[in-house]
Design a protein around this ligand. Structure first.
Ligand code: HEC
Ligand code: HEC
Length: 82
């Protein structure tokens, strides 16, 4: 495989990913659960998050996530509040 071909694939993948909103995976972090520490105290598992934020089985007062299939919710939602 030559270099140009490889670059074309990489570019295509990157553009494709950002176009679908999955650019989150390129390092953008979401709002932090530490903005609401009382609600989120002691929550450490992805499956817990979806109990409240899942599009179908979530609770009414929690905002629905647009990306329920992501793993590692806390990697992106556990920043210190700014
Ligand atoms: C790769 C980073 C990343 C991962 C992993 C991730 N998120 Fe997010 N999340 C974001 C970003 C960026 C936003 C802000 C943009 C948006 O609202 O779509 C966001 C927004 C949200 C919001 C707020 C939506 C709103 O309307 O205010 C919720 C709730 C949420 N995520 C829940 C989750 C849950 C639950 C998981 C795990 C299943 C998860 N996120 C995984 C990056 C991520
Ligand atoms: C017991 C239910 C519950 C669980 C479990 C839960 N949340 Fe929440 N979360 C809420 C509620 C309710 C709010 C809204 C708080 C408000 O707006 O006053 C919220 C707010 C958020 C926000 C802020 C959204 C915004 O627009 O600012 C994010 C991000 C978030 N939660 C992510 C997560 C993640 C990630 C997990 C798993 C580690 C999780 N939550 C687990 C109930 C829950």
């Amino acid at each position: 495989m030559n270099k140009k071909y490889t670059m074309a694939i990489i570019l295509g993948v990157v553009i494709g990913i950002s176009g679908c909103g999955y650019g989150y995976y390129l390092g953008f972090h979401g709002p932090s659960i530490k903005s609401f520490p009382d609600i989120h105290e002691g929550i450490t598992e992805d499956s817990d998050c979806l109990g409240c934020h899942g599009p179908e089985d979530g609770s009414d007062d929690a905002p629905k996530t647009t990306h329920p299939a992501f793993t590692g919710c806390l990697d992106c939602h556990n920043d210190s509040p700014s």
